[in-house]
Design a protein around this ligand. Structure first.
Ligand SMILES: Cc1cc2nc3c(=O)[nH]c(=O)nc-3n(C[C@H](O)[C@H](O)[C@H](O)COP(=O)(O)OP(=O)(O)OC[C@H]3O[C@@H](n4cnc5c(N)ncnc54)[C@H](O)[C@@H]3O)c2cc1C
Length: 388
Protein backbone atom coordinates (compact mmCIF):
# COMPACT_ATOMS: atom_id res chain seq x y z
CA UNK A 1 0.00 0.00 0.00
CA UNK A 2 1.31 3.45 -0.94
CA UNK A 3 0.54 6.85 0.65
CA UNK A 4 -0.40 8.64 2.76
CA UNK A 5 -0.99 11.94 0.98
CA UNK A 6 -3.35 14.58 2.42
CA UNK A 7 -5.91 16.18 0.18
CA UNK A 8 -8.17 19.08 1.07
CA UNK A 9 -11.18 17.36 -0.49
CA UNK A 10 -11.63 13.82 -1.80
CA UNK A 11 -14.75 13.27 -3.89
CA UNK A 12 -15.91 9.67 -4.13
CA UNK A 13 -17.80 9.10 -7.38
CA UNK A 14 -17.31 10.84 -10.70
CA UNK A 15 -20.92 10.73 -11.86
CA UNK A 16 -22.69 13.95 -12.87
CA UNK A 17 -22.83 15.29 -9.31
CA UNK A 18 -19.26 14.49 -8.20
CA UNK A 19 -17.83 15.90 -11.43
CA UNK A 20 -19.85 19.10 -11.10
CA UNK A 21 -18.65 19.67 -7.53
CA UNK A 22 -15.05 19.10 -8.63
CA UNK A 23 -15.46 21.69 -11.40
CA UNK A 24 -16.83 24.22 -8.90
CA UNK A 25 -13.89 23.63 -6.55
CA UNK A 26 -11.27 23.68 -9.30
CA UNK A 27 -9.09 26.74 -9.36
CA UNK A 28 -9.86 27.66 -5.72
CA UNK A 29 -6.37 26.80 -4.54
CA UNK A 30 -7.49 23.55 -2.92
CA UNK A 31 -6.13 20.08 -3.53
CA UNK A 32 -9.07 18.05 -4.83
CA UNK A 33 -9.27 14.56 -6.29
CA UNK A 34 -12.23 12.63 -7.68
CA UNK A 35 -12.06 8.85 -7.44
CA UNK A 36 -14.33 7.10 -9.91
CA UNK A 37 -14.67 3.32 -9.94
CA UNK A 38 -15.52 3.06 -13.65
CA UNK A 39 -12.70 3.34 -16.15
CA UNK A 40 -15.03 5.05 -18.67
CA UNK A 41 -18.36 6.88 -18.70
CA UNK A 42 -21.27 4.42 -18.72
CA UNK A 43 -22.90 4.50 -22.16
CA UNK A 44 -26.32 3.73 -20.59
CA UNK A 45 -27.96 7.10 -20.16
CA UNK A 46 -30.55 7.07 -17.40
CA UNK A 47 -31.07 10.83 -17.14
CA UNK A 48 -31.79 13.04 -20.11
CA UNK A 49 -33.54 16.10 -18.65
CA UNK A 50 -31.57 19.13 -17.44
CA UNK A 51 -33.76 21.78 -15.82
CA UNK A 52 -33.19 25.57 -16.09
CA UNK A 53 -31.83 26.01 -12.52
CA UNK A 54 -29.07 23.53 -13.43
CA UNK A 55 -28.25 25.35 -16.66
CA UNK A 56 -27.99 28.56 -14.64
CA UNK A 57 -25.54 26.82 -12.28
CA UNK A 58 -23.49 25.69 -15.28
CA UNK A 59 -22.99 29.35 -16.20
CA UNK A 60 -20.41 29.52 -13.41
CA UNK A 61 -18.37 26.94 -15.36
CA UNK A 62 -19.13 28.47 -18.77
CA UNK A 63 -20.48 25.05 -19.61
CA UNK A 64 -24.10 25.76 -20.59
CA UNK A 65 -23.26 26.62 -24.24
CA UNK A 66 -21.43 23.30 -24.79
CA UNK A 67 -24.32 21.32 -23.31
CA UNK A 68 -26.91 23.27 -25.28
CA UNK A 69 -24.94 22.82 -28.50
CA UNK A 70 -25.29 19.04 -28.15
CA UNK A 71 -28.77 18.80 -26.63
CA UNK A 72 -32.34 19.50 -27.71
CA UNK A 73 -34.15 22.48 -26.20
CA UNK A 74 -37.59 21.27 -25.09
CA UNK A 75 -39.79 24.40 -25.06
CA UNK A 76 -42.87 22.66 -23.65
CA UNK A 77 -45.07 19.63 -23.84
CA UNK A 78 -48.32 18.36 -25.30
CA UNK A 79 -50.79 16.63 -23.00
CA UNK A 80 -53.23 14.10 -24.45
CA UNK A 81 -56.07 12.21 -22.79
CA UNK A 82 -56.97 8.52 -22.81
CA UNK A 83 -58.41 8.56 -26.33
CA UNK A 84 -55.65 10.71 -27.74
CA UNK A 85 -57.69 13.90 -27.40
CA UNK A 86 -55.65 17.06 -26.90
CA UNK A 87 -55.95 18.35 -23.34
CA UNK A 88 -53.58 21.28 -23.82
CA UNK A 89 -49.98 22.37 -24.10
CA UNK A 90 -47.63 23.57 -21.39
CA UNK A 91 -45.19 26.25 -22.51
CA UNK A 92 -41.94 26.82 -20.62
CA UNK A 93 -41.58 30.29 -22.11
CA UNK A 94 -41.61 32.16 -18.80
CA UNK A 95 -39.56 29.80 -16.63
CA UNK A 96 -36.15 31.40 -17.12
CA UNK A 97 -34.81 34.50 -18.84
CA UNK A 98 -31.78 32.71 -20.25
CA UNK A 99 -32.99 29.13 -20.45
CA UNK A 100 -36.76 28.92 -21.06
CA UNK A 101 -36.61 25.19 -21.80
CA UNK A 102 -35.58 21.82 -20.40
CA UNK A 103 -32.46 20.55 -22.13
CA UNK A 104 -32.62 16.95 -23.35
CA UNK A 105 -29.12 15.46 -23.41
CA UNK A 106 -28.14 11.86 -22.62
CA UNK A 107 -26.39 11.54 -19.25
CA UNK A 108 -23.32 9.98 -20.88
CA UNK A 109 -22.73 13.19 -22.88
CA UNK A 110 -23.38 15.39 -19.85
CA UNK A 111 -20.80 13.43 -17.85
CA UNK A 112 -18.31 13.53 -20.74
CA UNK A 113 -18.63 17.31 -21.06
CA UNK A 114 -18.30 17.78 -17.29
CA UNK A 115 -15.18 15.58 -17.23
CA UNK A 116 -13.71 17.53 -20.15
CA UNK A 117 -14.35 20.85 -18.37
CA UNK A 118 -12.77 19.49 -15.19
CA UNK A 119 -9.72 18.44 -17.17
CA UNK A 120 -9.45 21.98 -18.61
CA UNK A 121 -9.88 23.64 -15.20
CA UNK A 122 -7.72 21.28 -13.15
CA UNK A 123 -5.95 18.55 -15.13
CA UNK A 124 -5.38 15.29 -13.26
CA UNK A 125 -8.18 15.87 -10.72
CA UNK A 126 -10.27 12.93 -11.97
CA UNK A 127 -8.87 9.45 -11.39
CA UNK A 128 -10.89 6.84 -13.24
CA UNK A 129 -10.75 3.12 -12.53
CA UNK A 130 -10.21 3.72 -8.80
CA UNK A 131 -12.75 2.27 -6.37
CA UNK A 132 -12.85 3.55 -2.80
CA UNK A 133 -12.99 0.46 -0.62
CA UNK A 134 -12.79 1.83 2.89
CA UNK A 135 -13.35 5.10 4.72
CA UNK A 136 -12.52 5.92 8.29
CA UNK A 137 -12.77 9.19 10.17
CA UNK A 138 -9.63 9.81 12.21
CA UNK A 139 -9.61 13.09 14.15
CA UNK A 140 -9.72 15.99 11.73
CA UNK A 141 -9.05 13.81 8.69
CA UNK A 142 -10.70 10.98 6.80
CA UNK A 143 -8.66 8.05 5.61
CA UNK A 144 -9.63 6.32 2.36
CA UNK A 145 -8.39 3.05 0.96
CA UNK A 146 -8.29 3.09 -2.83
CA UNK A 147 -8.35 0.10 -5.13
CA UNK A 148 -7.01 1.12 -8.55
CA UNK A 149 -7.92 -1.26 -11.36
CA UNK A 150 -4.31 -1.57 -12.42
CA UNK A 151 -2.21 -1.34 -9.34
CA UNK A 152 -1.82 -2.08 -5.65
CA UNK A 153 -4.13 -0.57 -3.01
CA UNK A 154 -3.34 2.99 -1.96
CA UNK A 155 -4.18 5.08 1.04
CA UNK A 156 -5.08 8.78 1.00
CA UNK A 157 -6.12 11.18 3.69
CA UNK A 158 -8.42 14.11 3.17
CA UNK A 159 -9.59 16.97 5.33
CA UNK A 160 -13.04 16.42 3.81
CA UNK A 161 -14.67 13.63 1.89
CA UNK A 162 -17.71 14.19 -0.29
CA UNK A 163 -19.57 11.00 -1.13
CA UNK A 164 -21.21 11.35 -4.55
CA UNK A 165 -21.21 7.62 -5.11
CA UNK A 166 -24.85 7.19 -6.06
CA UNK A 167 -27.92 5.56 -4.57
CA UNK A 168 -26.02 2.40 -3.61
CA UNK A 169 -23.31 4.46 -1.89
CA UNK A 170 -20.66 2.22 -0.39
CA UNK A 171 -19.46 5.17 1.74
CA UNK A 172 -22.88 5.34 3.39
CA UNK A 173 -22.66 1.67 4.32
CA UNK A 174 -19.02 2.01 5.52
CA UNK A 175 -19.97 4.87 7.84
CA UNK A 176 -23.17 3.25 9.08
CA UNK A 177 -25.48 5.90 7.62
CA UNK A 178 -29.01 4.57 7.05
CA UNK A 179 -30.95 5.23 3.83
CA UNK A 180 -34.58 4.58 4.70
CA UNK A 181 -37.23 4.82 2.02
CA UNK A 182 -39.71 2.90 -0.02
CA UNK A 183 -40.30 1.32 -3.40
CA UNK A 184 -43.46 2.48 -5.18
CA UNK A 185 -45.82 0.20 -7.09
CA UNK A 186 -45.17 2.34 -10.22
CA UNK A 187 -42.89 0.57 -12.72
CA UNK A 188 -41.93 1.64 -16.23
CA UNK A 189 -40.39 0.43 -19.46
CA UNK A 190 -38.29 2.88 -21.43
CA UNK A 191 -36.47 2.85 -24.74
CA UNK A 192 -34.78 5.11 -27.29
CA UNK A 193 -35.83 4.98 -30.95
CA UNK A 194 -35.77 7.11 -34.11
CA UNK A 195 -38.30 9.92 -33.78
CA UNK A 196 -41.36 9.02 -35.86
CA UNK A 197 -43.64 11.61 -34.26
CA UNK A 198 -44.85 15.05 -35.28
CA UNK A 199 -43.82 16.55 -31.94
CA UNK A 200 -40.36 17.77 -32.90
CA UNK A 201 -38.65 19.28 -29.87
CA UNK A 202 -41.79 19.11 -27.71
CA UNK A 203 -42.48 16.45 -25.06
CA UNK A 204 -45.61 14.30 -25.20
CA UNK A 205 -47.53 13.04 -22.18
CA UNK A 206 -50.45 10.77 -22.97
CA UNK A 207 -52.71 9.62 -20.13
CA UNK A 208 -53.90 6.43 -21.76
CA UNK A 209 -56.24 3.95 -20.06
CA UNK A 210 -53.39 1.42 -19.63
CA UNK A 211 -51.13 3.98 -17.93
CA UNK A 212 -49.16 7.04 -18.93
CA UNK A 213 -46.84 7.21 -21.94
CA UNK A 214 -44.21 9.95 -21.95
CA UNK A 215 -41.87 10.82 -24.76
CA UNK A 216 -39.04 13.30 -25.11
CA UNK A 217 -36.82 14.33 -28.00
CA UNK A 218 -33.17 13.28 -28.04
CA UNK A 219 -30.30 14.63 -30.12
CA UNK A 220 -29.72 13.02 -33.51
CA UNK A 221 -33.39 12.72 -34.50
CA UNK A 222 -34.16 10.16 -31.81
CA UNK A 223 -36.80 10.01 -29.10
CA UNK A 224 -37.07 8.45 -25.65
CA UNK A 225 -40.33 6.66 -24.79
CA UNK A 226 -41.36 5.77 -21.24
CA UNK A 227 -44.49 3.68 -20.57
CA UNK A 228 -45.96 2.82 -17.20
CA UNK A 229 -46.32 -0.92 -16.71
CA UNK A 230 -48.42 -3.01 -14.29
CA UNK A 231 -45.29 -4.66 -12.93
CA UNK A 232 -41.54 -4.59 -13.54
CA UNK A 233 -40.79 -6.20 -16.92
CA UNK A 234 -37.03 -6.95 -16.84
CA UNK A 235 -37.30 -9.42 -19.73
CA UNK A 236 -39.38 -7.21 -22.04
CA UNK A 237 -38.12 -6.69 -25.58
CA UNK A 238 -38.11 -3.56 -27.72
CA UNK A 239 -41.03 -5.10 -29.62
CA UNK A 240 -43.01 -5.41 -26.34
CA UNK A 241 -42.47 -1.72 -25.71
CA UNK A 242 -43.36 -0.58 -29.23
CA UNK A 243 -46.52 -2.75 -29.14
CA UNK A 244 -47.52 -1.05 -25.89
CA UNK A 245 -46.82 2.37 -27.38
CA UNK A 246 -48.92 1.55 -30.44
CA UNK A 247 -51.82 0.30 -28.31
CA UNK A 248 -51.78 3.36 -26.09
CA UNK A 249 -50.93 6.16 -28.53
CA UNK A 250 -51.47 4.77 -32.04
CA UNK A 251 -47.87 5.75 -32.73
CA UNK A 252 -45.65 3.50 -34.84
CA UNK A 253 -42.16 3.19 -33.35
CA UNK A 254 -39.62 0.93 -35.11
CA UNK A 255 -38.59 -1.80 -32.62
CA UNK A 256 -35.64 -2.91 -34.73
CA UNK A 257 -34.00 0.50 -34.33
CA UNK A 258 -34.10 0.55 -30.52
CA UNK A 259 -30.76 1.79 -29.13
CA UNK A 260 -31.55 1.44 -25.40
CA UNK A 261 -34.16 -0.52 -23.47
CA UNK A 262 -34.60 -0.53 -19.72
CA UNK A 263 -37.25 -1.54 -17.20
CA UNK A 264 -37.13 0.36 -13.95
CA UNK A 265 -38.73 0.58 -10.53
CA UNK A 266 -39.31 3.82 -8.68
CA UNK A 267 -38.04 4.56 -5.20
CA UNK A 268 -37.75 7.29 -2.65
CA UNK A 269 -34.92 7.31 -0.11
CA UNK A 270 -33.04 9.81 2.03
CA UNK A 271 -29.92 9.41 4.13
CA UNK A 272 -30.57 9.88 7.82
CA UNK A 273 -27.34 11.91 8.03
CA UNK A 274 -26.28 14.08 5.09
CA UNK A 275 -23.20 15.17 7.00
CA UNK A 276 -21.29 12.88 9.34
CA UNK A 277 -18.21 14.54 10.82
CA UNK A 278 -15.99 15.38 7.84
CA UNK A 279 -17.98 13.41 5.28
CA UNK A 280 -20.88 14.95 3.33
CA UNK A 281 -23.25 13.02 1.09
CA UNK A 282 -24.63 14.64 -2.06
CA UNK A 283 -26.66 13.60 -5.10
CA UNK A 284 -28.25 10.16 -5.09
CA UNK A 285 -25.97 9.12 -2.23
CA UNK A 286 -27.96 11.56 -0.06
CA UNK A 287 -31.41 11.17 -1.61
CA UNK A 288 -33.19 9.32 -4.35
CA UNK A 289 -36.42 10.51 -5.92
CA UNK A 290 -38.55 8.76 -8.54
CA UNK A 291 -37.21 9.58 -12.02
CA UNK A 292 -40.69 10.56 -13.21
CA UNK A 293 -40.17 14.29 -13.66
CA UNK A 294 -36.40 13.96 -14.20
CA UNK A 295 -35.26 15.85 -11.10
CA UNK A 296 -32.42 13.71 -9.66
CA UNK A 297 -29.41 15.27 -11.36
CA UNK A 298 -30.62 18.85 -10.93
CA UNK A 299 -31.25 18.18 -7.25
CA UNK A 300 -27.70 16.77 -6.88
CA UNK A 301 -26.15 19.70 -8.73
CA UNK A 302 -27.97 22.07 -6.35
CA UNK A 303 -26.46 20.10 -3.42
CA UNK A 304 -23.00 20.61 -4.94
CA UNK A 305 -23.57 24.33 -5.54
CA UNK A 306 -24.63 24.77 -1.90
CA UNK A 307 -21.76 22.69 -0.50
CA UNK A 308 -18.88 24.13 -2.52
CA UNK A 309 -18.67 27.60 -0.83
CA UNK A 310 -19.19 26.03 2.60
CA UNK A 311 -16.22 23.72 2.13
CA UNK A 312 -14.07 26.61 0.90
CA UNK A 313 -14.98 28.67 3.95
CA UNK A 314 -14.41 25.86 6.41
CA UNK A 315 -11.04 25.00 4.88
CA UNK A 316 -9.95 28.64 4.92
CA UNK A 317 -11.03 28.94 8.55
CA UNK A 318 -13.76 31.54 7.94
CA UNK A 319 -16.60 29.14 8.88
CA UNK A 320 -16.86 26.37 11.41
CA UNK A 321 -17.84 22.77 10.78
CA UNK A 322 -21.22 23.56 12.33
CA UNK A 323 -22.22 25.44 9.18
CA UNK A 324 -22.68 22.05 7.50
CA UNK A 325 -25.62 21.12 9.74
CA UNK A 326 -27.86 23.72 8.10
CA UNK A 327 -26.69 22.48 4.68
CA UNK A 328 -27.91 18.97 5.54
CA UNK A 329 -31.33 20.20 6.68
CA UNK A 330 -31.84 22.41 3.61
CA UNK A 331 -30.84 19.70 1.14
CA UNK A 332 -33.11 17.09 2.73
CA UNK A 333 -35.97 19.58 2.58
CA UNK A 334 -35.32 20.11 -1.15
CA UNK A 335 -35.24 16.33 -1.65
CA UNK A 336 -38.58 15.95 0.14
CA UNK A 337 -40.06 18.57 -2.14
CA UNK A 338 -38.73 16.85 -5.27
CA UNK A 339 -39.99 13.49 -4.03
CA UNK A 340 -43.47 14.90 -3.40
CA UNK A 341 -43.51 16.42 -6.88
CA UNK A 342 -42.43 13.11 -8.42
CA UNK A 343 -45.22 11.36 -6.49
CA UNK A 344 -47.72 13.80 -7.98
CA UNK A 345 -46.37 13.09 -11.46
CA UNK A 346 -46.69 9.33 -10.92
CA UNK A 347 -50.21 9.72 -9.50
CA UNK A 348 -51.33 11.66 -12.57
CA UNK A 349 -50.00 8.87 -14.81
CA UNK A 350 -51.73 5.96 -13.08
CA UNK A 351 -54.54 4.22 -14.97
CA UNK A 352 -56.90 4.87 -12.05
CA UNK A 353 -55.71 7.99 -10.30
CA UNK A 354 -58.60 8.04 -7.85
CA UNK A 355 -60.68 10.03 -10.35
CA UNK A 356 -62.75 8.82 -13.32
CA UNK A 357 -60.76 9.30 -16.56
CA UNK A 358 -63.09 12.01 -17.84
CA UNK A 359 -62.79 13.97 -14.58
CA UNK A 360 -59.00 13.86 -14.62
CA UNK A 361 -58.98 14.98 -18.26
CA UNK A 362 -61.39 17.83 -17.52
CA UNK A 363 -59.29 18.92 -14.53
CA UNK A 364 -56.03 18.93 -16.51
CA UNK A 365 -57.63 20.65 -19.52
CA UNK A 366 -58.94 23.40 -17.24
CA UNK A 367 -55.58 23.72 -15.45
CA UNK A 368 -53.60 24.08 -18.68
CA UNK A 369 -55.99 26.75 -19.96
CA UNK A 370 -56.00 28.65 -16.67
CA UNK A 371 -53.76 31.47 -15.39
CA UNK A 372 -52.15 28.79 -13.18
CA UNK A 373 -50.37 27.20 -16.18
CA UNK A 374 -47.17 29.33 -15.86
CA UNK A 375 -46.96 28.35 -12.18
CA UNK A 376 -47.25 24.71 -13.21
CA UNK A 377 -44.45 25.22 -15.74
CA UNK A 378 -42.25 26.74 -13.03
CA UNK A 379 -43.01 23.80 -10.74
CA UNK A 380 -42.14 21.20 -13.36
CA UNK A 381 -38.88 22.95 -14.23
CA UNK A 382 -37.79 23.02 -10.56
CA UNK A 383 -37.72 26.81 -10.28
CA UNK A 384 -38.08 26.28 -6.54
CA UNK A 385 -34.63 24.57 -6.55
CA UNK A 386 -32.75 27.59 -7.91
CA UNK A 387 -30.10 28.77 -5.44
CA UNK A 388 -30.96 32.14 -3.85
C1 LIG B 1 -34.61 5.67 -15.60
C2 LIG B 1 -34.05 6.92 -14.97
C3 LIG B 1 -34.23 8.14 -15.60
C4 LIG B 1 -33.73 9.31 -15.03
N1 LIG B 1 -33.93 10.49 -15.66
C5 LIG B 1 -33.48 11.63 -15.10
C6 LIG B 1 -33.59 12.88 -15.77
O1 LIG B 1 -34.08 12.96 -16.89
N2 LIG B 1 -33.08 13.99 -15.16
C7 LIG B 1 -32.48 13.91 -13.92
O2 LIG B 1 -32.07 14.95 -13.41
N3 LIG B 1 -32.32 12.75 -13.29
C8 LIG B 1 -32.79 11.60 -13.83
N4 LIG B 1 -32.58 10.41 -13.21
C9 LIG B 1 -31.83 10.38 -11.95
C10 LIG B 1 -30.33 10.53 -12.23
O3 LIG B 1 -29.88 9.51 -13.10
C11 LIG B 1 -29.58 10.47 -10.92
O4 LIG B 1 -30.17 11.37 -10.01
C12 LIG B 1 -28.12 10.88 -11.12
O5 LIG B 1 -27.44 9.96 -11.93
C13 LIG B 1 -27.41 10.98 -9.78
O6 LIG B 1 -26.09 11.38 -10.00
P1 LIG B 1 -24.95 11.06 -8.93
O7 LIG B 1 -23.70 11.62 -9.49
O8 LIG B 1 -25.42 11.47 -7.58
O9 LIG B 1 -24.88 9.46 -8.86
P2 LIG B 1 -24.53 8.42 -10.03
O10 LIG B 1 -24.95 8.91 -11.36
O11 LIG B 1 -25.08 7.10 -9.58
O12 LIG B 1 -22.93 8.38 -10.02
C14 LIG B 1 -22.24 7.78 -8.94
C15 LIG B 1 -20.83 7.46 -9.43
O13 LIG B 1 -20.07 6.97 -8.33
C16 LIG B 1 -19.27 5.87 -8.77
N5 LIG B 1 -18.99 5.03 -7.61
C17 LIG B 1 -19.87 4.29 -6.90
N6 LIG B 1 -19.24 3.68 -5.88
C18 LIG B 1 -17.94 4.05 -5.93
C19 LIG B 1 -16.79 3.75 -5.14
N7 LIG B 1 -16.85 2.96 -4.07
N8 LIG B 1 -15.60 4.32 -5.50
C20 LIG B 1 -15.51 5.15 -6.56
N9 LIG B 1 -16.57 5.45 -7.36
C21 LIG B 1 -17.76 4.92 -7.04
C22 LIG B 1 -20.13 5.19 -9.83
O14 LIG B 1 -19.35 4.42 -10.72
C23 LIG B 1 -20.81 6.38 -10.50
O15 LIG B 1 -20.08 6.85 -11.62
C24 LIG B 1 -33.05 9.23 -13.78
C25 LIG B 1 -32.86 8.00 -13.15
C26 LIG B 1 -33.36 6.85 -13.74
C27 LIG B 1 -33.15 5.53 -13.05
Amino acid sequence: MTGPETLDIAIVGGGPVGLFLACLLAGKGLSVQVFEARSAVSPHSRAIGIHPPALELFDALELAPALIAEGVKVPGGVLRGRNGELLGELSLEGVSKRYPFVLALPQARTETLLARRLCELAPGTLRRGVRVGQAQQCGDQVQLTLHPENGPPESVQARFVVAADGSRSALRAMLGVEYPGKTYADTYLMGDFPDTTVYGSRALIQLSAGGVVESFPLPGGRRRWVARTDRLLPDATAADLTKLLHQRTGQYVPAAECSMLSAFETRRHAADEVVQGRVAFIGDAAHQVSPIGGQGMTLGWCDAAALSPLLENILSGTSSLDSLAQFGRTRLKAARRAAAQAELNMWAGRPAAGLPGWARSALLRALLASPAAPTLARLFTMRWAAPA
